[in-house]
Structures are given as C-alpha cells and as structure tokens.
Design a protein around this ligand. Structure first.
Ligand SMILES: Nc1ncnc2c1ncn2[C@@H]1O[C@H](COP(=O)(O)OP(=O)(O)OP(=O)(O)O)[C@@H](O)[C@H]1O
Ligand SMILES: [Mg+2]
Length: 180
C-alpha cells in the first residue's frame, strides 16, 4: 500500500514538469465527516480537454521514454478504492487542479506517510517556482509558504541542508500539533 505522500510527490512532479511558477498542496481532514481531502494545484502549462480525458488512462502519457503514465491513474484508483472522489480541472495556459477525497477511516486508506520528507524533496527540486502547503485537521490548521520563508529568512535559496532540515522539523512539529 502506497503512502499518500508518495502520490502527492508524483502529482507535484507533473506540476514541476508543466513549468509551474506556483504549486499549492492542501490536505484537509475532517473527522466528523470521515473525510481526507487532497488538492494539488498549479499554474503550469495545463492540458487540453482531450489530454484530461486520456490522462486517467494508464496507457496515456506524453513521455517518449516509456509508454505508461501512472501518477494520475494510481491516485485516482487509491481514492476510488476508499469510496472517495477524484477530479481534474485543467486549462491550457492557465494550470491544473487535481482534487481527490478519501473516506478517512477506510481500511484501504493509505497513511499520509512522510509529508515533511516529501516537502523537503519538493522544495529541493523547485526552480523558479514557489510552493504553498496547508494542512488542516478539524478546526486546526497550519500553512507553509516558500515566499513567506524566503522573506523571513532574507534568503532566496531554500536548498541548503540547514534550511531544508529546518523546514522538515517545522512541518513535523506543526503536523504533530494538529493531531494533539
Ligand atoms: N499538472 C499537469 N500539467 C500539465 N500536464 C500534466 C499535468 N499532470 C499531468 N499532465 C499530463 O498528463 C500526462 C500523464 O501524467 P501521469 O503523471 O499520469 O504520467 P507521467 O507523468 O507521464 O508518467 P509518471 O508519472 O508515471 O512518471 C503527463 O505526461 C502530462 O502530459
Ligand atoms: Mg507523472
């Protein structure tokens, strides 16, 4: 069973490939509704209608090195297996938004996994791209934004080991606080 953080990493890698300058990830957990909702949004090149239709088909990919694109179908399959929902909204030249939800307590619902490590990996691979992350659990939430961190640290490059580790700790601590 794949961790949800790995699905998120896959989808964000699509956004990076799409040349986005802003990528936003939101995780919303509402225990009373038994829902875990994930949204990944970018302002990259977007997809036309035909591509959006084909994209949930694992035999479709614009990759030339290999015939099968699996990132999107696998996330969709994971959500459907948990009585969830899956939706892609995309417009050429505007960007792409992938929204999915899971029954939070479904036995097949994979754990979120290592979100802090995933975000570290994402930030380390960004070039000329900002990243926002919001995670909420019921009434509590926290937000992380590369723009704000850059301003606060007066540092344009977040790729140094010290800063990446600090970000990882910040995400870990904030996530723990959500659940306590
Ligand atoms: N955010 C996005 N913006 C623009 N195009 C996208 C986006 N996400 C997916 N696509 C298009 O959909 C195709 C399928 O994406 P998917 O992640 O399923 O497979 P892949 O990226 O081609 O391969 P894999 O993820 O298995 O390495 C991509 O090749 C790309 O053309
Ligand atoms: Mg992909």
């Amino acid at each position: 069973m794949k961790e949800l953080s790995l699905h998120i990493l896959d989808i964000v890698q699509n956004s990076i490939k799409a040349g986005a300058s802003l990528i936003e990830v939101s995780i919303m957990e509402i225990s009373s509704d038994n829902i875990l909702n994930i949204i990944i949004k970018d302002n990259g090149c977007g997809m036309d209608e035909e591509t959006v239709k084909n994209v949930v088909n694992p035999f479709f990919t614009t990759r030339t090195t290999r015939k099968v694109g699996l990132g999107i179908p696998l996330l969709q399959e994971a959500a459907m297996r948990c009585n969830g929902t899956f939706e892609i909204e995309s417009q050429v030249g505007v960007g792409t938004k992938i929204s999915c939800s899971f029954e939070r307590n479904n036995i097949d619902r994979a754990p979120l996994g290592d979100m802090s490590g995933t975000i570290m990996t994402i930030i380390n691979s960004l070039e000329n791209c900002e990243f926002n992350y919001v995670h909420s659990f019921d009434a509590k939430s926290f937000e992380f934004s590369t723009i704000k961190i850059k301003e606060a640290l007066e540092e344009d490059n977040l790729g140094s080991p010290e800063i990446l580790l600090w970000i990882k700790e910040f995400i870990d601590e904030s996530t723990n606080e959500l659940y306590n």
